[in-house]
Design a protein around this ligand. Structure first.
Ligand SMILES: NC(=O)c1ccc[n+]([C@@H]2O[C@H](COP(=O)([O-])OP(=O)(O)OC[C@H]3O[C@@H](n4cnc5c(N)ncnc54)[C@H](O)[C@@H]3O)[C@@H](O)[C@H]2O)c1
Length: 262
């Protein structure tokens, strides 16, 4: 079958997506930054975490190329895409999942805090597409999934940079969907609510929710679940990426136990 490229695949949702796509029969190019960032208030994935993702994919009988790469670095992502094509074959599925968050009121954020979130969450998605789409367009085959957030549709106090980046992803997704439709390529977005990952369960995230009870209430799911599991969001990503969703493009799909109903 084909090849999927997943960013932020060292752990959390990206790892679950790599495993779900392997379950569909795809080989996987899994990348992650593999180190912490100065303004991000929780540790990011390690190279060992990324190796573990590779092991889990191979355990399912699929091939996995793992590569340390910053999703927002075009040269690094081009190199990764070229390796994936050379070692695994034509990339047909791209999941721009890598993301980070930090916290602070809009008028108090430092420039570096703003830039680091916008870089990973918005620029990273465009760079991932920029590096992979030319080959997919030339083959007229493929599907892209961007990972947004409940904050793609709503503002929450204390995360203006994150909400701006995640709103921006929808503009990117809708534009790409129109540009790519004539070539038979599809682009969609999933919008998770709270997900049980190192980001979703970090002390920094808990501190933010404690400091902003209104945001905590707005993010409380109507369905009787606390946090959605990474593999439950990954199942939606895999479906959007698959041929089963061949007539679905330009969609922003909440997978959030009803948070958008609040
Ligand atoms: N966890 C939640 O509650 C939640 C909710 C809504 C949306 N999201 C989004 O889901 C996506 C996945 O997050 P997660 O919950 O799995 O968090 P996570 O922190 O567990 O995983 C994110 C991964 O991305 C990697 N990463 C960060 N910046 C990178 C970069 N520039 N290049 C490559 N890799 C990079 C990290 O090392 C980490 O492995 C993110 O886009 C996040 O914004 C998460």
């Amino acid at each position: 079958m084909g090849v999927a490229l997943v960013t932020g695949a060292g752990r959390g949702q990206g790892r679950a997506q790599a495993v779900a796509l392997a379950g569909l029969g795809l080989d996987v190019a899994a990348c992650d930054l593999g180190h912490d960032l100065p303004t991000i208030p929780y540790p990011l994935a390690s190279p060992e975490d990324l190796e573990e993702t590779g092991r889990l994919v191979r355990e399912l009988g699929r091939r996995c190329l793992v590569g340390l790469a910053d999703a927002a670095d075009l040269a690094a992502m081009r190199a990764l895409a070229a390796r994936a094509e050379a070692e695994l074959g034509p990339v047909e599925v791209v999941v721009a999942n890598a993301g980070v968050i930090s916290f602070g009121r809009s008028w108090e954020l430092e420039e570096a805090e703003w830039d680091e979130v916008i870089r990973a969450d918005l620029r990273g998605a465009w760079v991932t597409c920029r590096a992979t789409l030319p080959a997919m367009v030339s083959r007229r085959r493929g599907s892209v999934v961007l990972v947004g957030s409940a904050a793609s549709l709503r503002g929450y106090p204390g995360i203006a940079h994150y909400a701006a980046a995640k709103h921006g992803l929808l503009g990117l997704m809708r534009t790409l969907a129109l540009e790519l439709a004539p070539f038979g390529l599809r682009v969609n977005c999933v919008l998770p609510g709270g997900v049980r990952t190192p980001m979703g369960t970090s002390a920094a995230m808990r501190g933010w929710l404690d400091a902003h009870p209104d945001a905590a209430r707005a993010l409380t799911a109507p369905l009787p679940v606390d946090l959605v599991e990474p593999d439950e969001v990954a199942a939606a990503v895999a479906w959007l990426a698959s041929e089963s969703a061949r007539h679905v493009t330009g969609v922003a799909l909440p997978v959030d136990a009803g948070v958008q109903l609040r």
